[in-house]
Design a protein around this ligand. Structure first.
Ligand SMILES: C[S@@+](CC[C@H](N)C(=O)[O-])C[C@H]1O[C@@H](n2cnc3c(N)ncnc32)[C@H](O)[C@@H]1O
Length: 316
């Protein structure tokens, strides 16, 4: 593996949950720079395979280059993990032994000013993970009514000043002022009182940028659809590991895994009659979410908010 455009979070912990083995087939739904895929390939050598999915064509190119000869054991797919069922069917794969999602954006995406993810770098107000389709952040701000924009900033960014920010952004967009990420960051910053700015350790536009990015990329909807389909794609004994960085995502994953483990309180024959589940479909294999060690956080600040949960399919 060559240089490091992105440092993978919780690498050892993730492999411990997925337990890759030779001959296994795995799907990395968020290929990114290929760091986790590389580990899956190494642990499943010599003949394990990985289907590497990413919405960003930059990820495909970077991962392919970094993986070198190991890329021969990867099927690269440009698309969303919400369509993982279709991607696998397109490759003639019915079931896989493990699935990984490492949500959010990569350092490569953040670092490229032209992608518009960073409040610290001058770029277009874009933020699309797949720049080949969909609405940019500027188009989203222009389209959403003020109250809806405020809801997005509040819910996805947990920003208390969401109403004030939404009003300002709508006005600035109407005056064609939101010409770059730096202008957008200044507009948001102007809504935050000085004493709050001094108190906070993060940039005043952090929460609003996060909220816009989540909305532009329909991140929660995509995760929701994935959670509806992944279990049918796992072979019996197959594992799914999900690394999330936002409390809303972690809650969705936790609820889904809990739901799949549920069985009826009724005796088996009565449960069957009532159409209730006698055996669990999946069992969680992480009782609590796994978080990064202090040492990892020192080396990779992005790992600070990472939460890893995993489950194992126990039904046929
Ligand atoms: C945090 S990075 C993954 C890094 C990777 N695990 C590594 O070790 O290099 C997240 C990647 O997921 C991609 N992504 C996010 N949401 C996606 C979705 N719904 N479908 C496919 N890819 C997605 C992003 O484009 C980004 O490249």
């Amino acid at each position: 593996m060559h240089s490091l455009p992105h440092i993978s979070v919780l690498p050892g912990e993730t492999m411990e949950q997925l337990q890759p083995r030779s001959g296994g087939i795995y799907c990395d739904g968020t290929l990114g720079a290929g760091g986790h895929t590389w580990q899956l390939l190494a642990a499943s050598a010599p003949d394990g395979r990985v289907v590497g999915v990413d919405r960003d064509q930059l990820a495909q190119r970077t991962a392919k280059e970094r993986l070198g000869a190991d890329a021969d054991r990867v099927d690269f797919v440009h698309g969303s993990f919400e369509d993982m069922d279709k991607h696998l069917a397109g490759l003639g794969i019915e079931k896989v032994d493990g699935i990984l999602l490492d949500l959010g954006v990569s350092s490569m995406q953040l670092d490229r000013r032209e992608r518009g993810f960073s409040f610290g770098k001058e770029g277009p107000v874009d933020m699309r993970m797949d720049p080949s389709q969909g609405e940019t952040a500027l188009e989203l701000i222009e389209r959403l009514p003020e109250a809806e924009l405020a809801r997005v900033v509040w819910e996805y960014g947990e920003e208390r000043l969401s109403r004030r920010i939404a009003k300002r952004l709508k006005n600035d967009a109407a005056d064609n002022k939101l010409t770059s990420t730096l202008v957008l960051a200044d507009s948001v910053s102007a809504c935050i009182p000085a004493k709050l700015k001094h108190k906070s350790r993060i940039h005043p536009a952090t929460r609003t940028f996060q909220a816009l990015r989540i909305a532009v990329n329909r991140e929660l909807e995509q995760l929701e659809r994935f959670l509806e389909i992944f279990v049918d794609l796992l072979a019996p004994g197959g594992r799914c590991a999900i690394i999330s960085f936002h409390s809303l995502e972690d809650r969705m994953v936790k609820r889904c895994f809990r739901e799949l483990a549920k069985t009826s309180n009724l005796p088996p024959d009565l449960a069957r009659k009532a159409g209730e589940r006698v055996h669990p479909i999946c069992l969680p294999i992480t009782r609590k979410p796994i978080i990064a060690t202090e040492e990892e956080i020192q080396n990779n600040a992005r790992s600070r908010s990472a939460k890893l949960r995993a489950c194992k399919k126990v039904s046929q």
